[in-house]
Design a binder for this molecule. Sequence first.
Ligand code: URA
Length: 266
Amino acid sequence: MRLDKYLSEASIGRRKAVRQFIKDGKVLVNGCVQIVPATEIDEQKDVIEYEGEKVIHSGKVYYMFHKPAGCITARKDEREKTVLDFFQELNDNGLFPVGRLDKDTEGLLFITNDGVFNHEVMYPEKHVDKTYFFWAFGELNKDKMDRLIEGVHLEHAEILVKASKVEIDKQGLFYELQAQIEGNGYEKVKKNREIQPVVSGFITISQGCKHQVKRMLKAVGCYIVYLKRVSIGKVTLDETLEKGSYRALTKEEINSFMSHRNDSVT
Ligand code: URA
């Protein structure tokens, strides 16, 4: 494996940053400074050190991916582009997405090969908060926000789902706010679009039902036209990460989900 890939998989830093660490002479391979990021190393035999400490590479990898709209959260698909298509250069068949985002949803998605990590993030009893930014047609007021917190019944499902937090960002008429609305989902609204009320905001949930945020907002009369996940637990989408790109999660980010377990990353 390439030295820079090894270091970034071991959560020393992003690919670009670790290349610089290597060029700066901060990385030793078997006791010798190695300044060429593309150097091939033997992961089983070679001893890699960064700033005087042995680098531990567990074989487990964890990535923060900025999912763009237009791809599906699956490993492979005959017809549709998938989130794993963005990871082809890694040539790692064991990777899978942690949870799922709808095809038209953007934002933070973890990609890993670690089933334990997946469990820690996704298992409902872990109550990991996921925060989404949305634009919707409709109005939100205190009463509707309270209903979202107290819990709403989703259409075609018995289950009661609750938000732990709801915040309004902007509210007004479509023609006043159009320039700020991301994506083109609003084009689906044809009737009197210009004078319809629109609202943007943040909603935090910890359950994970299909289309949950869209269905919750629908339950209070709002129709989502743009949705982006901005955080999972304590990890926030790195805004310097362009849509369709990824970076290794840092040790702190990984351990924010795993620190209580024996298999936390050290
Ligand atoms: N809720 C939704 O409605 N869609 C998503 O993609 C994620 C959460």
